[in-house]
Design a protein around this ligand. Structure first.
Ligand SMILES: Cc1ncc(COP(=O)(O)O)c(C=O)c1O
Length: 551
């Protein structure tokens, strides 16, 4: 039963029961049901919102002039009916109404021709602003630091450093630390890959791996096929190398549309593909393994390298880890790239690539690019992987990310306006949100930042800064009341930026959320009327950059 079951219109049975109880002279019985009804009305009218604390038993007893026992009975009734919930040592809270997931975005259809990439200015601004202290970080796709096994890792690194001081402070020239490559090769079996340590080259994060692989197979002016939308880091690398992209329609659940890809391979003279097939960023799509096999065969037929970014592959919410496309690679056209950024530590900057038939070229490029990957972090991670803490840790964070994504989806469906669409990832930590078309994601981004909430605006995920009404939310943070309040405030900000078809602000009393009308002003202080930039970085309005660079 939901809150509505206790409202005046639908509460007839409760009232009848109360009246009947009254006839039998059980005054307290009537009282507690009346009290329960009153509280459920407060909830239904939005005075008390999901996630908020209802008055303590003592306070309610004083306010309503009834006994503690009556309040307890009323709260128990509401609890039994799923309207409120007890939280240990904290009190009673309004439960989220029974939940139906919001609709999902459909596949986007970018132009079927090569385009130049222009995202760097906007991306750098967003990335820099996202580093400001005091933000609720819904922008960068990163877990909260406390979700990493920092203490164990640092201890392990200190210990290997003490035991092998010379190795720790010497170059470990490409292909990189052998013990680490052995561990990586062993773990790659779970992704269906048969790799030897000699197939692997360690790198400074996945970013360097992607960079090197692209440089090994393409030159300035060449066309690279990418998912649409795609991770802005991939766009930036391509932009910095003077290459162009061909954006391929991508299903939010199953990844790249292979028929569309095949058509584009021919018409756009694609030189290489860069795809994140497992829990992509930002869509969270995961290509089924049979489709991966078809993809690998198709590209091998066309002799086109696939640079596979598998940085989220270890993060399914349930079940076995999906295979990497590399598992189906018989001819060496797949260049697998990965790192420990999303699972162990972004700061250690340890990544790797298994570049198949392009191994020698990538090893050479690694050498001229950075000489070697830093030795001590490689040694520390090798030992951590060897000593068995990794699997336990992965199991823990998979469960956490699954629940955080679920909480975020529910919060979005409670607080964001009607017409909002949300992806349903089965792994990773990103949610892609398509807002109603009259909402400008860059305006939302600026106002959210002014309210100390960072988000990733949709335009940074496409070569020509499309997705103007989309945002990506990071679900890497443990769920908390502060997080709920931030999403609620974000919903208020979004609704405050809604415009009518003529571009005029939409009257606020007509806005409603995915889950009903919203009159609430969040407990966090809102600054949605003007964009006051805080902190030391003076931000150029992102929308200005957007307008300038999309001319
Ligand atoms: C899809 C994807 N690839 C690569 C990276 C960069 O990884 P690294 O920090 O290991 O360079 C990220 C980080 O957000 C990512 O989301």
């Amino acid at each position: 039963m939901t809150t509505q079951d206790l409202t005046p219109t639908t509460a007839a049975p409760a009232c009848a029961a109360a009246a009947a109880a009254g006839r039998h002279g059980a005054g307290e019985d009537i009282l507690y049901k009346r009290l329960a009804l009153r509280i459920s009305e407060l909830i239904q009218h939005g005075t008390l919102r999901p996630g908020e604390r209802v008055p303590s038993v003592r306070k309610c007893s004083g306010q309503q002039n009834v006994s503690i026992a009556t309040v307890m009975q009323a709260y128990r009734l509401l609890e039994n009916r799923g309207v409120i919930e007890a939280r240990p040592q904290s009190g009673y809270y309004v439960r989220a109404p029974r939940w139906s997931p919001p609709p999902e975005p459909e596949m986007y259809r970018p132009v079927a021709r090569p385009v130049e990439v222009r995202v760097t200015d906007l991306v750098m601004q967003v990335v820099k602003a996202g580093r400001e202290p005091g933000l609720t970080r819904l922008g960068a796709a990163l877990p909260a630091p406390e979700l990493f096994p920092m203490k164990q890792l640092h201890r392990t690194m200190a210990s290997v450093g003490r035991r092998a001081p010379v190795a720790a402070s010497s170059y470990d020239a490409p292909p990189g630390n052998r013990a680490l490559r052995v561990q990586i090769a062993r773990r790659a079996m779970e992704a269906g890959c048969t790799l030897s340590p000699d197939d692997i080259i360690t790198t400074t994060g996945a970013t360097e791996a992607l960079n090197l692989c692209l440089r090994a197979v393409a030159k300035p002016g060449d066309v690279i096929a990418i998912e649409s939308p795609t991770f802005f880091g991939i766009l930036q690398i391509i932009e910095s190398l003077g290459m162009r992209v061909c954006e391929v329609p991508t299903y939010p659940r199953d990844g790249v549309c292979l028929d569309e890809l095949e058509a584009r391979l021919k018409c756009c003279r694609v030189r290489a593909c860069v795809f994140t097939l497992n829990f992509s960023n930002p869509l969270g799509s995961c290509m089924p393994d049979e489709k991966k096999e078809r993809l690998v065969r198709m590209l091998a037929r066309h002799k086109i390298p696939l640079i596979e970014d598998d940085i989220y592959g270890n993060l399914p919410f349930s079940g076995a880890r999906p295979k990497a496309a590399k598992a189906f690679d018989e001819q060496g056209w797949v260049m697998l790239c990965d790192s420990f950024t999303k699972t162990l530590s972004p700061g250690y900057r340890v990544g790797w690539t298994a570049p198949g038939r392009f191994r020698a070229k990538v090893e050479f490029l690694k050498f001229v690019n950075t000489g070697a990957t830093a030795s001590l972090p490689q040694m520390g991670i090798a030992e951590f992987l060897q000593n068995g803490g990794y699997d336990h840790h992965l199991r823990k964070i998979r469960r956490l990310y699954a629940s955080q994504v679920q909480h975020m989806t529910e919060a979005v469906s409670r607080y964001f306006p009607q017409g909002t669409k949300v992806t349903r990832p089965s792994g990773g930590m990103c949610l892609w949100i398509e807002l109603p078309s009259n909402i400008n994601a860059l305006t939302v981004y600026e106002r959210a930042l002014a309210a100390k909430i960072s988000i990733a605006p949709g335009p940074i995920f496409s070569a020509k800064q499309k997705f103007r009404n989309c945002i990506r939310l990071n679900c890497g943070n443990p769920w908390s009341e502060a997080m709920e309040a931030a999403v609620r405030e974000l919903g208020d900000i979004i609704r405050a930026t809604e415009t009518t078809v003529n571009g005029a602000p939409k009257p606020q009393n007509s806005t409603s959320t995915l889950q009903g009308s919203s009159k609430h002003q969040g407990s966090r202080k809102l600054q949605t009327s003007s964009c006051k930039h805080q902190g030391s970085i003076k931000l150029q309005p992102a929308s200005a950059i957007f307008e300038a660079s999309s001319l």
